[in-house]
Design a binder for this molecule. Structure first.
Ligand code: DOR
Length: 431
Protein backbone atom coordinates (compact mmCIF):
# COMPACT_ATOMS: atom_id res chain seq x y z
CA UNK A 1 0.00 0.00 0.00
CA UNK A 2 1.56 3.32 -1.06
CA UNK A 3 1.41 6.50 0.95
CA UNK A 4 -1.47 8.99 0.68
CA UNK A 5 -1.11 12.74 1.11
CA UNK A 6 -4.23 14.77 1.87
CA UNK A 7 -3.54 18.38 1.01
CA UNK A 8 -5.31 21.71 1.57
CA UNK A 9 -8.04 20.26 3.79
CA UNK A 10 -9.62 21.68 6.93
CA UNK A 11 -9.19 19.28 9.84
CA UNK A 12 -11.98 19.01 12.42
CA UNK A 13 -11.59 16.81 15.49
CA UNK A 14 -11.83 17.06 19.28
CA UNK A 15 -8.86 19.43 19.24
CA UNK A 16 -10.67 21.99 17.08
CA UNK A 17 -10.51 23.23 13.50
CA UNK A 18 -7.34 23.98 11.56
CA UNK A 19 -5.76 23.85 8.11
CA UNK A 20 -3.09 21.19 7.62
CA UNK A 21 -1.89 18.46 5.25
CA UNK A 22 -1.75 14.80 6.28
CA UNK A 23 0.53 11.98 5.26
CA UNK A 24 -0.77 8.45 5.65
CA UNK A 25 1.63 5.54 5.55
CA UNK A 26 1.27 1.89 6.57
CA UNK A 27 -2.25 2.42 7.90
CA UNK A 28 -1.40 5.27 10.26
CA UNK A 29 -1.18 9.04 10.14
CA UNK A 30 2.56 9.49 9.70
CA UNK A 31 2.66 13.27 9.68
CA UNK A 32 0.45 16.35 10.05
CA UNK A 33 2.07 19.42 8.53
CA UNK A 34 2.53 21.68 5.55
CA UNK A 35 3.07 20.86 1.88
CA UNK A 36 3.20 17.09 2.30
CA UNK A 37 3.69 14.73 -0.61
CA UNK A 38 2.72 11.07 -1.13
CA UNK A 39 2.26 8.33 -3.75
CA UNK A 40 -1.39 9.30 -4.02
CA UNK A 41 -2.46 12.90 -3.53
CA UNK A 42 -5.97 13.84 -2.49
CA UNK A 43 -6.63 17.53 -2.95
CA UNK A 44 -9.01 18.30 -0.10
CA UNK A 45 -9.41 21.99 -0.92
CA UNK A 46 -12.94 22.92 0.20
CA UNK A 47 -13.34 19.64 2.10
CA UNK A 48 -13.44 18.90 5.82
CA UNK A 49 -11.27 16.05 7.11
CA UNK A 50 -12.70 14.36 10.22
CA UNK A 51 -12.09 11.19 12.19
CA UNK A 52 -14.20 8.44 10.55
CA UNK A 53 -17.74 8.09 11.87
CA UNK A 54 -18.79 5.35 14.28
CA UNK A 55 -22.30 3.90 14.17
CA UNK A 56 -23.45 2.42 17.48
CA UNK A 57 -26.35 0.56 15.95
CA UNK A 58 -26.64 -1.28 12.64
CA UNK A 59 -28.38 -4.46 11.55
CA UNK A 60 -26.31 -6.10 8.82
CA UNK A 61 -28.48 -9.26 8.97
CA UNK A 62 -25.63 -11.73 8.71
CA UNK A 63 -25.84 -14.55 9.58
CA UNK A 64 -29.38 -15.55 8.69
CA UNK A 65 -30.94 -12.59 6.87
CA UNK A 66 -28.68 -12.30 3.83
CA UNK A 67 -31.58 -11.62 1.45
CA UNK A 68 -31.97 -8.19 3.15
CA UNK A 69 -28.28 -7.31 3.75
CA UNK A 70 -24.84 -8.81 4.19
CA UNK A 71 -21.86 -7.52 6.11
CA UNK A 72 -20.25 -6.78 2.75
CA UNK A 73 -23.15 -4.70 1.37
CA UNK A 74 -23.92 -3.05 4.71
CA UNK A 75 -20.29 -2.10 5.29
CA UNK A 76 -20.05 -0.70 1.76
CA UNK A 77 -23.01 1.58 2.56
CA UNK A 78 -21.40 2.50 5.88
CA UNK A 79 -18.10 3.42 4.21
CA UNK A 80 -20.01 5.51 1.65
CA UNK A 81 -21.64 7.21 4.64
CA UNK A 82 -18.27 8.10 6.16
CA UNK A 83 -18.29 5.38 8.83
CA UNK A 84 -15.05 3.58 9.61
CA UNK A 85 -16.61 1.43 12.35
CA UNK A 86 -20.08 0.06 13.04
CA UNK A 87 -21.45 -1.89 15.99
CA UNK A 88 -23.59 -4.72 14.61
CA UNK A 89 -26.66 -5.71 16.61
CA UNK A 90 -27.08 -9.29 17.81
CA UNK A 91 -30.60 -9.95 16.44
CA UNK A 92 -29.23 -12.29 13.80
CA UNK A 93 -29.94 -15.99 13.21
CA UNK A 94 -28.33 -17.42 15.22
CA UNK A 95 -28.29 -14.65 17.83
CA UNK A 96 -24.88 -13.25 18.75
CA UNK A 97 -24.93 -14.69 22.26
CA UNK A 98 -21.82 -16.88 22.30
CA UNK A 99 -18.13 -16.49 21.49
CA UNK A 100 -18.63 -18.89 18.56
CA UNK A 101 -21.04 -16.49 16.84
CA UNK A 102 -18.75 -13.53 17.62
CA UNK A 103 -15.98 -15.43 15.81
CA UNK A 104 -18.36 -16.09 12.92
CA UNK A 105 -19.06 -12.34 12.63
CA UNK A 106 -15.31 -11.65 12.52
CA UNK A 107 -14.88 -14.30 9.80
CA UNK A 108 -17.75 -12.85 7.77
CA UNK A 109 -16.22 -9.37 8.11
CA UNK A 110 -12.94 -10.28 6.45
CA UNK A 111 -13.77 -8.33 3.26
CA UNK A 112 -15.79 -5.57 4.92
CA UNK A 113 -15.11 -1.93 4.05
CA UNK A 114 -15.08 -0.76 7.67
CA UNK A 115 -14.43 -2.22 11.10
CA UNK A 116 -17.33 -4.43 12.15
CA UNK A 117 -17.67 -4.51 15.94
CA UNK A 118 -19.99 -7.22 17.27
CA UNK A 119 -22.28 -6.43 20.18
CA UNK A 120 -23.83 -9.39 21.99
CA UNK A 121 -27.18 -10.17 23.52
CA UNK A 122 -27.80 -9.54 27.23
CA UNK A 123 -30.00 -12.63 27.43
CA UNK A 124 -29.70 -15.96 25.60
CA UNK A 125 -31.52 -15.70 22.27
CA UNK A 126 -32.72 -12.22 23.37
CA UNK A 127 -35.73 -13.86 24.99
CA UNK A 128 -35.22 -12.33 28.45
CA UNK A 129 -35.09 -15.68 30.26
CA UNK A 130 -31.43 -16.34 31.04
CA UNK A 131 -28.30 -14.20 31.09
CA UNK A 132 -25.97 -14.71 28.09
CA UNK A 133 -22.44 -15.93 28.94
CA UNK A 134 -21.19 -12.38 29.38
CA UNK A 135 -17.69 -13.18 30.66
CA UNK A 136 -17.00 -15.47 27.69
CA UNK A 137 -18.33 -12.77 25.36
CA UNK A 138 -16.19 -10.03 26.93
CA UNK A 139 -13.15 -12.32 26.59
CA UNK A 140 -13.98 -12.63 22.90
CA UNK A 141 -13.87 -8.83 22.59
CA UNK A 142 -17.48 -7.74 23.17
CA UNK A 143 -17.80 -4.36 24.95
CA UNK A 144 -21.50 -3.60 24.42
CA UNK A 145 -24.44 -5.86 25.24
CA UNK A 146 -28.00 -5.35 24.03
CA UNK A 147 -31.17 -7.30 23.28
CA UNK A 148 -31.98 -4.63 20.67
CA UNK A 149 -35.20 -5.18 18.79
CA UNK A 150 -36.67 -5.77 22.23
CA UNK A 151 -35.93 -4.39 25.69
CA UNK A 152 -35.05 -6.49 28.73
CA UNK A 153 -38.51 -6.64 30.27
CA UNK A 154 -37.68 -8.03 33.70
CA UNK A 155 -36.18 -5.49 36.13
CA UNK A 156 -34.46 -8.20 38.16
CA UNK A 157 -32.80 -9.62 35.03
CA UNK A 158 -31.58 -6.14 34.06
CA UNK A 159 -30.29 -5.52 37.58
CA UNK A 160 -28.39 -8.82 37.52
CA UNK A 161 -26.95 -8.07 34.08
CA UNK A 162 -25.75 -4.63 35.24
CA UNK A 163 -24.18 -6.07 38.39
CA UNK A 164 -22.52 -8.85 36.45
CA UNK A 165 -21.25 -6.49 33.75
CA UNK A 166 -19.75 -4.19 36.40
CA UNK A 167 -17.51 -7.04 37.49
CA UNK A 168 -16.09 -7.75 34.04
CA UNK A 169 -13.89 -4.68 33.48
CA UNK A 170 -10.76 -6.64 34.37
CA UNK A 171 -11.37 -8.74 31.24
CA UNK A 172 -11.67 -5.58 29.12
CA UNK A 173 -8.51 -3.59 30.01
CA UNK A 174 -10.47 -1.63 32.60
CA UNK A 175 -13.23 -0.61 30.18
CA UNK A 176 -16.62 -0.45 31.87
CA UNK A 177 -18.90 -2.80 29.95
CA UNK A 178 -22.01 -1.03 28.66
CA UNK A 179 -25.54 -2.38 28.53
CA UNK A 180 -27.47 -0.75 25.68
CA UNK A 181 -31.21 -0.79 26.05
CA UNK A 182 -34.01 -0.71 23.47
CA UNK A 183 -36.54 0.95 25.76
CA UNK A 184 -39.95 -0.52 25.21
CA UNK A 185 -42.28 -2.06 27.79
CA UNK A 186 -43.96 -4.89 25.89
CA UNK A 187 -47.06 -4.82 28.07
CA UNK A 188 -47.83 -1.35 26.68
CA UNK A 189 -46.35 -1.54 23.19
CA UNK A 190 -47.35 -5.03 22.02
CA UNK A 191 -49.65 -4.96 19.00
CA UNK A 192 -48.96 -1.29 18.28
CA UNK A 193 -47.77 -0.41 14.79
CA UNK A 194 -47.20 3.33 15.27
CA UNK A 195 -47.12 6.03 17.94
CA UNK A 196 -50.31 6.19 19.99
CA UNK A 197 -51.75 9.67 19.51
CA UNK A 198 -53.60 11.92 17.14
CA UNK A 199 -52.58 10.07 13.98
CA UNK A 200 -53.18 6.55 15.28
CA UNK A 201 -56.70 7.69 16.23
CA UNK A 202 -57.33 9.25 12.83
CA UNK A 203 -55.99 6.22 10.96
CA UNK A 204 -57.59 3.64 13.25
CA UNK A 205 -54.19 2.03 13.77
CA UNK A 206 -53.16 0.35 17.04
CA UNK A 207 -50.60 2.52 18.78
CA UNK A 208 -47.66 2.32 21.17
CA UNK A 209 -47.76 5.05 23.82
CA UNK A 210 -44.69 7.18 24.56
CA UNK A 211 -44.95 5.80 28.10
CA UNK A 212 -43.80 2.38 26.83
CA UNK A 213 -40.38 3.96 26.23
CA UNK A 214 -40.38 6.37 29.16
CA UNK A 215 -41.17 3.74 31.78
CA UNK A 216 -38.18 1.64 30.76
CA UNK A 217 -35.86 4.66 30.64
CA UNK A 218 -37.03 5.63 34.15
CA UNK A 219 -36.56 2.06 35.38
CA UNK A 220 -33.08 1.75 33.93
CA UNK A 221 -32.03 5.13 35.32
CA UNK A 222 -33.08 3.74 38.71
CA UNK A 223 -31.12 0.53 38.07
CA UNK A 224 -28.04 2.48 36.96
CA UNK A 225 -28.25 4.30 40.31
CA UNK A 226 -28.77 1.06 42.26
CA UNK A 227 -25.93 -0.87 40.62
CA UNK A 228 -23.57 1.96 39.64
CA UNK A 229 -23.73 0.26 36.21
CA UNK A 230 -23.36 1.77 32.74
CA UNK A 231 -26.49 2.08 30.61
CA UNK A 232 -26.70 3.39 27.06
CA UNK A 233 -30.19 4.33 25.87
CA UNK A 234 -30.68 3.37 22.25
CA UNK A 235 -32.78 5.31 19.73
CA UNK A 236 -34.49 7.68 22.18
CA UNK A 237 -37.68 9.15 20.70
CA UNK A 238 -39.67 11.00 23.35
CA UNK A 239 -39.36 14.43 24.98
CA UNK A 240 -39.85 12.99 28.47
CA UNK A 241 -37.27 10.30 27.70
CA UNK A 242 -34.75 13.06 26.95
CA UNK A 243 -35.71 14.81 30.21
CA UNK A 244 -35.16 11.61 32.21
CA UNK A 245 -31.69 11.15 30.73
CA UNK A 246 -30.85 14.83 31.29
CA UNK A 247 -31.78 14.50 34.98
CA UNK A 248 -29.85 11.23 35.33
CA UNK A 249 -26.72 12.85 33.90
CA UNK A 250 -27.10 15.85 36.22
CA UNK A 251 -27.09 13.35 39.07
CA UNK A 252 -23.82 11.90 37.80
CA UNK A 253 -25.14 8.48 36.78
CA UNK A 254 -23.24 6.56 34.09
CA UNK A 255 -25.83 6.91 31.37
CA UNK A 256 -25.55 7.89 27.71
CA UNK A 257 -28.09 8.16 24.92
CA UNK A 258 -28.41 8.22 21.16
CA UNK A 259 -30.90 9.41 18.55
CA UNK A 260 -31.24 8.28 14.96
CA UNK A 261 -31.50 10.55 11.89
CA UNK A 262 -35.15 9.61 11.32
CA UNK A 263 -36.28 10.73 14.78
CA UNK A 264 -34.80 14.16 14.26
CA UNK A 265 -36.82 15.00 11.16
CA UNK A 266 -39.84 12.69 10.72
CA UNK A 267 -43.02 12.52 12.80
CA UNK A 268 -46.05 10.24 13.07
CA UNK A 269 -48.04 12.09 10.41
CA UNK A 270 -45.83 10.29 7.83
CA UNK A 271 -47.76 7.09 8.58
CA UNK A 272 -50.89 8.66 7.00
CA UNK A 273 -49.41 7.48 3.67
CA UNK A 274 -49.69 3.88 4.94
CA UNK A 275 -46.26 3.43 3.40
CA UNK A 276 -44.51 0.74 5.46
CA UNK A 277 -41.18 2.50 4.98
CA UNK A 278 -42.36 4.69 7.87
CA UNK A 279 -42.92 1.72 10.18
CA UNK A 280 -40.12 1.58 12.72
CA UNK A 281 -39.55 0.63 16.33
CA UNK A 282 -39.77 2.72 18.43
CA UNK A 283 -42.31 4.54 16.23
CA UNK A 284 -42.08 8.03 14.75
CA UNK A 285 -43.45 10.38 17.42
CA UNK A 286 -44.96 13.89 17.55
CA UNK A 287 -43.43 17.11 16.20
CA UNK A 288 -42.84 18.20 19.83
CA UNK A 289 -40.82 15.03 20.40
CA UNK A 290 -38.78 15.71 17.26
CA UNK A 291 -37.96 19.18 18.60
CA UNK A 292 -36.92 17.68 21.96
CA UNK A 293 -34.67 15.07 20.33
CA UNK A 294 -32.85 17.79 18.41
CA UNK A 295 -32.50 19.88 21.57
CA UNK A 296 -31.19 16.80 23.41
CA UNK A 297 -28.52 16.25 20.77
CA UNK A 298 -27.53 19.90 20.73
CA UNK A 299 -27.23 20.28 24.52
CA UNK A 300 -25.30 17.03 25.04
CA UNK A 301 -28.06 15.06 26.76
CA UNK A 302 -27.95 12.66 23.83
CA UNK A 303 -24.36 11.77 23.09
CA UNK A 304 -24.50 10.21 19.65
CA UNK A 305 -26.29 9.88 16.35
CA UNK A 306 -26.66 6.17 15.52
CA UNK A 307 -28.57 4.97 12.49
CA UNK A 308 -30.40 1.78 13.57
CA UNK A 309 -29.83 0.80 9.92
CA UNK A 310 -32.51 -1.90 9.55
CA UNK A 311 -32.78 -3.30 6.02
CA UNK A 312 -35.82 -5.35 5.01
CA UNK A 313 -36.58 -6.97 1.67
CA UNK A 314 -39.13 -5.46 -0.69
CA UNK A 315 -41.38 -8.52 -0.22
CA UNK A 316 -41.39 -8.04 3.55
CA UNK A 317 -42.02 -4.31 3.37
CA UNK A 318 -44.82 -4.85 0.84
CA UNK A 319 -46.91 -6.61 3.46
CA UNK A 320 -49.88 -4.70 4.97
CA UNK A 321 -48.82 -2.05 7.50
CA UNK A 322 -49.78 -4.10 10.56
CA UNK A 323 -47.78 -7.15 9.37
CA UNK A 324 -44.75 -5.45 7.84
CA UNK A 325 -41.48 -5.56 9.80
CA UNK A 326 -40.32 -2.30 11.41
CA UNK A 327 -37.09 -0.67 10.31
CA UNK A 328 -35.40 1.81 7.97
CA UNK A 329 -32.00 1.90 6.32
CA UNK A 330 -29.73 4.81 7.16
CA UNK A 331 -25.95 4.35 7.11
CA UNK A 332 -25.42 6.07 3.80
CA UNK A 333 -27.65 9.06 4.49
CA UNK A 334 -27.03 9.77 8.20
CA UNK A 335 -24.45 12.51 7.78
CA UNK A 336 -26.45 14.34 5.10
CA UNK A 337 -29.66 14.21 7.16
CA UNK A 338 -27.91 15.40 10.32
CA UNK A 339 -26.05 18.14 8.42
CA UNK A 340 -29.27 19.31 6.78
CA UNK A 341 -31.75 18.95 9.64
CA UNK A 342 -30.04 19.31 13.02
CA UNK A 343 -28.75 22.87 12.89
CA UNK A 344 -25.39 21.85 14.36
CA UNK A 345 -21.97 23.04 13.26
CA UNK A 346 -19.43 20.55 11.93
CA UNK A 347 -17.56 20.41 15.27
CA UNK A 348 -20.76 19.25 17.00
CA UNK A 349 -21.56 16.76 14.23
CA UNK A 350 -18.09 15.21 14.58
CA UNK A 351 -18.69 14.85 18.31
CA UNK A 352 -22.06 13.13 17.72
CA UNK A 353 -21.02 10.92 14.81
CA UNK A 354 -17.45 10.06 15.74
CA UNK A 355 -15.88 11.13 19.04
CA UNK A 356 -18.68 10.19 21.45
CA UNK A 357 -19.83 6.92 19.82
CA UNK A 358 -16.20 5.70 19.61
CA UNK A 359 -15.83 6.33 23.34
CA UNK A 360 -19.16 4.66 24.20
CA UNK A 361 -18.26 1.55 22.16
CA UNK A 362 -14.78 1.33 23.69
CA UNK A 363 -12.97 1.71 20.35
CA UNK A 364 -11.56 5.22 20.87
CA UNK A 365 -8.01 3.89 20.69
CA UNK A 366 -8.55 3.65 16.92
CA UNK A 367 -11.64 5.70 16.01
CA UNK A 368 -12.94 9.16 16.88
CA UNK A 369 -9.61 10.37 18.21
CA UNK A 370 -7.51 13.40 17.35
CA UNK A 371 -6.06 13.63 13.85
CA UNK A 372 -2.41 13.40 14.83
CA UNK A 373 0.75 11.48 13.96
CA UNK A 374 0.72 7.90 15.21
CA UNK A 375 -3.06 7.44 15.18
CA UNK A 376 -4.65 4.80 12.90
CA UNK A 377 -5.74 6.47 9.66
CA UNK A 378 -9.54 6.25 9.99
CA UNK A 379 -10.88 9.37 8.32
CA UNK A 380 -13.78 10.85 6.39
CA UNK A 381 -13.47 13.70 3.89
CA UNK A 382 -16.67 15.67 3.59
CA UNK A 383 -18.14 18.26 1.30
CA UNK A 384 -20.48 20.17 3.61
CA UNK A 385 -22.25 22.04 0.84
CA UNK A 386 -22.88 19.47 -1.87
CA UNK A 387 -26.60 19.18 -2.55
CA UNK A 388 -27.96 15.80 -3.61
CA UNK A 389 -31.20 13.85 -3.71
CA UNK A 390 -31.62 10.56 -1.85
CA UNK A 391 -32.77 7.62 -3.99
CA UNK A 392 -33.13 4.21 -2.35
CA UNK A 393 -32.22 2.31 -5.50
CA UNK A 394 -28.90 4.15 -5.75
CA UNK A 395 -27.78 3.24 -2.23
CA UNK A 396 -25.34 0.38 -1.65
CA UNK A 397 -27.63 -1.51 0.73
CA UNK A 398 -29.19 -4.73 -0.56
CA UNK A 399 -32.51 -3.27 0.61
CA UNK A 400 -33.94 0.10 -0.34
CA UNK A 401 -36.28 0.91 2.55
CA UNK A 402 -35.15 4.49 3.06
CA UNK A 403 -37.74 6.88 4.52
CA UNK A 404 -35.92 9.74 2.75
CA UNK A 405 -36.71 8.83 -0.87
CA UNK A 406 -36.65 11.96 -3.02
CA UNK A 407 -35.44 14.21 -0.19
CA UNK A 408 -32.94 16.91 -1.09
CA UNK A 409 -30.05 17.03 1.37
CA UNK A 410 -26.81 18.91 1.85
CA UNK A 411 -23.47 17.29 2.64
CA UNK A 412 -21.72 14.38 0.97
CA UNK A 413 -18.91 12.01 1.81
CA UNK A 414 -16.20 12.31 -0.82
CA UNK A 415 -13.56 9.93 0.53
CA UNK A 416 -13.35 7.44 3.38
CA UNK A 417 -10.07 6.03 4.60
CA UNK A 418 -10.09 2.98 6.85
CA UNK A 419 -6.81 1.75 8.32
CA UNK A 420 -5.01 3.76 5.67
CA UNK A 421 -6.98 2.15 2.85
CA UNK A 422 -8.98 4.39 0.52
CA UNK A 423 -12.29 2.49 0.69
CA UNK A 424 -14.33 5.34 -0.83
CA UNK A 425 -12.93 7.73 -3.38
CA UNK A 426 -14.86 10.52 -5.10
CA UNK A 427 -18.08 9.17 -3.63
CA UNK A 428 -17.56 5.65 -5.01
CA UNK A 429 -16.65 2.51 -3.06
CA UNK A 430 -13.37 1.03 -4.26
CA UNK A 431 -14.55 -2.58 -3.76
O1 DOR B 1 -37.40 -0.74 13.65
C1 DOR B 1 -36.57 -1.50 14.11
N1 DOR B 1 -36.02 -2.49 13.37
N2 DOR B 1 -36.20 -1.36 15.39
C2 DOR B 1 -35.39 -2.24 15.99
O2 DOR B 1 -35.06 -2.04 17.14
C3 DOR B 1 -34.96 -3.47 15.29
C4 DOR B 1 -34.91 -3.22 13.84
C5 DOR B 1 -34.73 -4.48 13.00
O3 DOR B 1 -33.90 -5.33 13.36
O4 DOR B 1 -35.37 -4.58 11.95
Amino acid sequence: MGSIAITNGTLVDGAGTRRADLLIQNGVIAEVGEKLDGDTIIDADGLVVTPGFVDLQVHFREPGGEEAETIQTGSRGAALGGFTAVVVMPNTTPTIDSAAVVRQIHDLSIDALCEVVPSAAITVDRDGEALAPMAELVRSGVRMFTDDGVGVQDARMMRTALEYASGLSHLADGFEIVLAQHCEVDALAAGGAMHEGEWSSRLGMPGQPAEAEELMIARDVALARLTDGRVHFQHVTTARGVDLIRAAKAEGLKVTGEATPHYLCLDHSAVASFDTVFKVNPPLRTPADVTAIKAGLLDGTLDAIATDHAPHTRQDKERPFLDAPPGMIGVETAFAIANTELGADIEKLVELLSINPARIAGIDDRHGGPIEAGRPANLALLDLDEQWTITGAALASRSSNTPFEGRSVRGKIRHTIWNGDLVVTNGEATR
